[in-house]
Design a protein around this ligand. Structure first.
Ligand code: HAM
Length: 425
């Protein structure tokens, strides 16, 4: 019978066994960040709405259409965080982290909220793992950020993803380019809605997926060809360093991001196995963000990887990510005395760092053995009255059904030996 309540529209639940894989994806990305020296930050899930309006840009869809905005009991207007970069910049400024060693390198993970139209891979509560490196305008740092994402995907076994890369210029060259693009777009025969978009956010038009629009954009001026010398040199260095580190990329001169803070290096990772929502991660430089939020005029670069979509990408490539089973050892106690003993044995086994569970409730031998099989455990510890009396237990290998009897005092050592042996084989 279906219950009375369902999760809100567009909000995925994760539960075992898939939640194991979800955690493994999250951990793999966090691990890649840790290997590169990024420190963990726990960000607020809601912030002053103006942080996002100022940081991300008023005309973006994320801010103008997709934010969950609410008033708290003290009359403050807050928003559920739609992304993490603005929050990290706020945290760095508020706590003066930018006054220490630069770059400040931080990573974060958790849910973000966007009131988008839900569909496969597009959620209203989406999960990201992100990194931000603030305070060093160095192409090597751009390459580090991109490599951390690439390493994270590869460590999960992913192979079929593409990195799309471009430069969005800077405060010197972009305004001039924008004028050029607007002039070009004004001459085109575009529908009303697209015309409005061309005025509000002309770069977004380049991203239009309709083939008839793309045809019209054939000769549109591209930012990558209009970069100032400083931006062009910077981009060349990024590309050269990527070649050195053997991170493959595709130049994507029409790449447009949904957030306004980007400057210079901008990138997206795509996975062809995901259908329409193919972006598994994206990021770039944001050299004006810190100062626009009242901080020092420091550059920054980072990425946000979509945990939900990266998991889907692993599934599309048939990768087994994370532990298949939750349990190593399952105790099957038969009778009251065995039940009591099982409770203390569980503690001993877990103290030895093995994952252990037992048959709870009064199930009888058959039911309890069935539970042991279902648990996915490799070993079952079977205890009856007789075993309790002579301080012995039966250890059954649930894979090949072989069984040995061991003294209670040797049980933990035996379990460890068998499990470690299988792990190594
Ligand atoms: P973003 O491209 O908006 O960038 O999001 C990053 C990733 O989050 C996307 O590539 C996608 O995998 C995932 N994502 C976004 N929206 C959804 C959704 N509705 N459902 C499922 N997954 C989604 C940012 O958020 C920037 N803060 C990244 C960044 C960090 N740039 C610089 N530093």
């Amino acid at each position: 019978m279906a219950g009375q309540f369902q999760a809100p529209k567009g909000v995925p639940d994760y539960f075992p066994p898939r939640s194991n894989s979800f955690l493994a994806v999250q951990n793999a990305i966090g691990h890649a960040a840790t290997l590169a020296g990024y420190g963990y930050v726990e960000l607020p899930v809601f912030e002053d709405v103006n942080l996002f309006v100022r940081g991300i840009g008023e005309s973006t869809d994320v801010v103008s259409k997709e934010m969950y905005v609410f008033e708290d009991r003290g009359g403050r207007t807050l928003a559920l965080r739609p992304e993490g970069t603005a929050g990290v910049a706020r945290l760095v400024i508020e706590h003066g982290l930018d006054k220490g060693q630069l770059p400040v390198k931080l990573w974060y993970q958790g849910p973000f909220f966007r009131a988008e139209r839900p569909q496969q891979g597009r959620y209203r509560q989406l999960q990201q793992v992100g990194i931000e490196a603030i305070g060093a305008p160095d192409p090597a740092l751009d390459v580090e950020v991109i490599s951390v994402a690439d390493d994270a995907f590869r460590s999960l076994g992913l192979r079929n993803f593409n990195l799309m890369l471009t430069s969005l210029g800077c405060a010197n060259c972009r305004p001039e380019y924008k004028e050029k693009l607007i002039a070009y777009l004004e001459k085109l025969d575009l529908d009303g809605e697209t015309k409005t978009r061309a005025k509000l956010n002309p770069l977004r038009v380049l991203d239009d997926k309709r083939p008839e629009v793309q045809k019209l954009l054939d000769k549109a001026p591209l930012m990558i060809n209009e970069l100032c010398d400083a931006c062009a040199n910077y981009h060349r260095e990024v590309e050269d360093l990527l070649e050195v580190t053997d991170v493959k990329f595709t130049p994507a001169p029409k790449l447009v991001r949904g957030l306004d803070y980007y400057t210079r290096t901008t990138f997206e990772f795509d996975h062809p196995g995901l259908g329409a929502q193919s972006g598994i991660g994206g990021g770039g430089r944001y050299d004006g963000l810190m100062s626009s939020l009242g901080g020092n005029d420091l550059s920054g670069i980072g990425f946000g990887i979509g945990t939900d979509r990266t998991l889907m990408a692993c599934e599309a490539e048939n990768l087994i990510v994370g532990e298949k089973s939750l349990i190593d050892v399952f105790i099957v106690p038969i009778g009251d005395r065995a039940h009591q003993l099982a409770v203390s044995l569980l503690q001993q086994i877990r103290a030895a760092n093995l994952r252990a569970d037992m048959a709870y409730g009064d199930r009888g031998l058959k039911g309890a053995m069935k539970a042991a099989d279902k648990s996915g455990a490799q070993l079952a510890v079977v205890i009856g009255d007789e075993e309790v009396s002579n301080s012995r237990v039966q250890i059954k290998n649930l894979g090949d059904s072989s069984q040995v009897q061991v003294a209670l005092g040797d049980m933990v050592a035996h379990l460890i030996q068998v499990i470690r042996q299988t792990e190594q084989s």
